[in-house]
Design a protein around this ligand. Structure first.
Ligand SMILES: [Zn+2]
Ligand SMILES: [Zn+2]
Ligand SMILES: [Zn+2]
Ligand SMILES: [Zn+2]
Ligand SMILES: [Zn+2]
Ligand SMILES: [Zn+2]
Length: 452
């Protein structure tokens, strides 16, 4: 549909036809359509509504390096208020409120959409290195035009990390059999800084990461992967069926290590029971009012700490988490003791694999994004995005100008458009080229018309 050659006629690109290039009327129309399609793809969203009033939400975010303090601006403000500024695209970030028109952006900062000026700074926005265009452990500035490595976002800190920096091949080399772990093998990544820097993350990861059959993967320096759900010693050569289709196999692989294998039927049933009140249970975890997948958890040891030494104190049927082991026996800690800085890779479906018994849910209280897919604000689509520039121009004239003047303009515009079409028609029919001279002669005649 989108003719790449036609795009070459875009005046915003290299390869703009020089005055001695020849092109046909069809080329011109094709180029126009391609450009409009491209514009719709690039800017399909409205940008006339700032998200400030929605508060702290997960949304596509930009940092403005021109305004004071490298603060966060929403998608709409990035276009409407900061379009000529130096922006860093941060993609989706959780719990940010638009800083446009707050005092944090400097005295006199004003949001051109809302008219808000010098509002209180958003004290909960976290400004990190990404806001200065610095990404990953390696601290390289990110340039979308020159960066050749894939970047992956840490689920916890939301920094973007180079595939190479987290020990993964470029996605183009994903079928490289010498690589123990490829980007296709997992769904989300938690970087080692988060594993080491957050008590909450650490508690979950020391319990699950690298334990066979949890799907919480660790990549050891000697190129071994621990924690796969799928049996790693199977000689099944169809790599493409790792997810979903291999449930039966997964059961066998994990049956020996977990008390509750992930038989599809059972898991579904457990999920159905747990699904609805899940969000509430996260919030209410630790209160007596919650009901786990089975009632047994509520009957005793209400105050038991999840890291307590005896997981067996609980009805084993109610807890699916890997057994608690002494700290230095956890695969994660073993790796760390060996000098590794282990990132954790979460296999597809990881949210279903956490145990959600009442006790275990306590581990996730501050990590709700590990339990549930987060909602991301998406700017409303631009209802005009499908219209051609001709239609847009007409709408603009008819809605903004004084009516009489507008109608005159419309007549003039459509007259010009008709004459252009009449002029191009013979060329389009015969497929002959249109030259600079043709165009000059057309506008020469137009000027004569005006003079008459
Ligand atoms: Zn905004
Ligand atoms: Zn700005
Ligand atoms: Zn704004
Ligand atoms: Zn890096
Ligand atoms: Zn991280
Ligand atoms: Zn549990």
């Amino acid at each position: 549909m989108l003719n790449r050659d036609a795009l070459l006629f875009s005046p915003t690109r290299d390869g703009v036809p020089s005055s001695d290039d020849h092109f046909t009327a069809d080329d011109l129309l094709g180029a126009q359509e391609a450009l409009e399609a491209e514009a719709r793809d690039t800017l399909p969203y409205r940008f006339d509504q700032c998200t400030y009033d929605l508060g702290y939400i997960k949304q596509p975010l930009f940092a403005c390096r021109t305004c004071l303090g490298d603060r966060a601006v929403c998608h709409a403000c990035s276009i409407s208020c900061h379009t000529s500024h130096e922006l860093v695209e941060l993609f989706n970030r959780r719990a940010y409120r638009c800083d446009c028109g707050t005092a944090a952006m400097g005295a006199g900062s004003c949001c051109s959409i809302s008219g808000r000026d010098d509002a209180e700074p958003n004290s909960l926005n976290r400004i990190d290195d990404n806001f200065r265009g610095i990404f990953c452990y390696c601290g390289r500035p990110y340039d979308p035009h020159t960066e050749t490595d894939d970047m992956l976002q840490c689920l916890v800190c939301e920094d973007w990390l180079h595939a190479a920096c987290v020990g993964l091949p470029h996605s183009d080399d994903d079928d490289d059999p010498t690589k123990p772990l490829c980007q296709d093998d997992f769904d989300q990544l938690v970087c080692w800084r988060c594993v080491q820097g957050s008590q909450d993350v650490r508690r979950v990861m020391t319990r699950y990461a690298g334990v066979e059959g949890t799907g919480v993967l660790l990549l050891a320096p000697e190129a071994t992967v621990f924690g796969r759900v799928r049996s790693s010693d199977t000689d099944d050569d169809d790599e493409g069926t790792v997810k979903g289709d291999d449930e039966g196999e997964a059961v066998e692989a994990s049956a020996e290590t977990t008390t509750e294998p992930q038989s599809e039927g059972k898991r579904k049933a457990a999920d159905d029971a747990a699904e609805e009140p899940a969000a509430k249970r996260v919030k209410a975890a630790g209160t007596a009012a919650t009901a786990g997948p089975s009632a047994s958890g509520a009957t005793e040891d209400g105050d038991a700490v999840p890291t307590g030494k005896a997981p067996d104190a609980q009805d084993p049927a109610s807890c699916r988490a890997p057994p608690v082991v002494p700290a230095d026996a956890s695969p994660l800690v073993k790796l760390e003791r060996g000098g590794a800085r282990p990132n954790v890779y979460l296999e597809e479906g990881f949210m279903d694999r956490w145990c959600r018994c009442r006790e275990c849910l306590g581990m996730f209280t501050k990590l709700p994004f590990l339990l549930e897919e987060e909602e991301v604000f998406e700017p409303p689509e631009d209802p005009d995005a499908h219209k051609s520039t001709f239609e847009l121009g007409m709408n603009h004239l008819l809605t903004r100008m004084p009516r009489i003047q507008a109608l005159d303009s419309v007549r003039a515009f459509t007259g010009l458009s008709d004459r252009l079409k009449a002029f191009f028609r013979p060329h389009a029919d015969s497929g002959t080229s249109i030259t600079k001279e043709h165009i000059q002669s057309f506008f020469e005649k137009e000027r004569e018309r005006e003079r008459d």
